[in-house]
Design a protein around this ligand. Sequence first.
Ligand code: NDP
Ligand code: OXD
Length: 309
Amino acid sequence: MTLLLKSDGDRRDQWFRELASRMPDLEVRSWPDLGDPAEIEFALVWEIPHGVLRRLPNLRAIFSIGAGVDHLFADPELPRQIPICRVVDRNLTVRMTEYVVLNTLRLHRRDPEYLDAQREGRWRELYAPTAAERGVGVMGLGALGGDAARALAALGFRVMGWSRRARDLQGVECFHGGDGLAPFLARADILVCLLPLTPETEGILGANLFARLPRAAGLINAARGGHLIEADLLAALESGQIRHAVLDVFRAEPLPAEHPFWRHRRITITPHTASVTDPSSVAELVAENIRRARSGEPLLHRVDPTTGY
Ligand code: NDP
Ligand code: OXD
């Protein structure tokens, strides 16, 4: 039984250890040392070069190292008939919720403006309403967005959520589909994006959407850089339609040194670390799915190749 691993250098050794302790009979080969491609039954990958998976004739399942699978669907040669599973993991969810809560509170209490005032040595008092008077809109009510929305509601924010299909979450006013978007945005003083990147959501954070938000809204994008039209964000910051943006993800990663976002005073940048997959908890899911694949049971957290998430 052989698995192909394509992980970044820092975590590769950890994956080897975590998988070996759970499945001593699993041979793990690290990309690009494939050996005989016909021996590989499983692939556990993040951003593997396009075309590689198609050349594994006996592949039985593909496991994304992250919650997102856009890195797989971007491959025009992806063998879509093979089951694709993604990460749904409590630790990943908790970390993302921490990130969203931290940055929602920062925007709510106008922390970036106080940092600016401090840099300038200015004693400047800013008005902040209570959480109950602040609308927070969460785009995407899945494993991550659903948990973040519940945590924000527990802090007393007026929380709205938006999804593709109708959802019902306690304490969250739910909207869905194209018709639900405008009323959802209208009261979102702070907008959080936790959508998957699909052909339907690519470029959704653009001028049309920003124009529907209340003036001086805050934006938190912890989903994918492909959701954001970068020039539209710069224009919305310039006009004051967006007051501050917190960005964890970018069209080009690492964000190039000369990119204007780096030096923009009303953009906060984190390097795609809102929630990082931890092999010590996710290896259990991989092991369980391999066990299921071998015994013919349904795999956990399969994605739908027709919707792309
Ligand atoms: P899920 O698949 O659990 O949830 C996706 C949500 O988005 C669902 O509520 C879904 O609606 C909604 N959605 C999908 N398409 C549309 C659409 N066209 N219109 C409206 N709503 C839509 O994903 P997760 O919550 O697990 O993860 C979300 C994303 O977060 C990942 O795809 C990844 O890109 C990103 N991520 C970023 C990380 C980081 O460190 N920055 C870490 C982990 C993930 P419905 O409920 O109707 O299906
Ligand atoms: C993920 C990510 O999709 O880390 O899990 O971006």
